[in-house]
Write a protein that binds this ligand. Sequence first.
Ligand SMILES: Nc1nc2c(ncn2[C@@H]2O[C@H](COP(=O)(O)OP(=O)(O)OP(=O)(O)O)[C@@H](O)[C@H]2O)c(=O)[nH]1
Ligand SMILES: [Mg+2]
Length: 199
Amino acid sequence: MAQINIADKEVTVKIVYYGPGMSGKTTNLLYIHQRISGKNLTDMVSIATEGDMTLYFDFLPIETDVIPGFKAKFQLYTVPGQVQYNATRKLVLQGADGIVFVADSQWSRQKDNVDSFANLKENLLADGINLNDIPYVLEYNKRDIKDAARLEYLDYLLNREAFKVPSFEAVATEGKGVFEVLNHITRMVVAKILKDIKN
Ligand SMILES: Nc1nc2c(ncn2[C@@H]2O[C@H](COP(=O)(O)OP(=O)(O)OP(=O)(O)O)[C@@H](O)[C@H]2O)c(=O)[nH]1
Ligand SMILES: [Mg+2]
């Protein structure tokens, strides 16, 4: 959970991009990295990749002033989506304050989306955490491809927990939707932290 250092007025927040292999998680971080202005930019670290495939994780730290009076450090991570890397996914997921589930809109990938979403819930539960207790949003990526599933269908498959969560269309390769998603999950996480600070 978020590390809040009241003395140093510093908050560290972890946001994890989760989803099936090749859905576009790393592409989101690459776009964010490219677009963030110099003073808040630190290097993005990609730990082991093979082609497009993430074998371990990507890490992008950003400093922001979204929490009044605090220096907020946002740490963005991606998990490796390929089914066989579940041990790594569990590790990367630990301590997440917010999750962006990046779904692949491609028609043929819908079972992979559903399986990955179930895997997310399962991995959280193994740590005693219910997905509904963590701020998360859905990113429906690859809206540019011809055989993209309809948004209603993606919502039907993935947005069916106890309450509906915000969902966004994206084309990560063009940066479409990427900052909308990041801003939204940031606001949700910050709202929760401010509530926790008050309590
Ligand atoms: N057409 C299209 N291709 C995309 C989009 N986003 C990502 N891609 C492509 O999809 C491929 C996989 O993207 P990555 O970002 O590496 O996927 P990932 O989710 O990190 O995959 P893993 O690391 O294996 O879990 C790359 O070739 C991207 O260029 C998109 O919005 N539209
Ligand atoms: Mg990746």
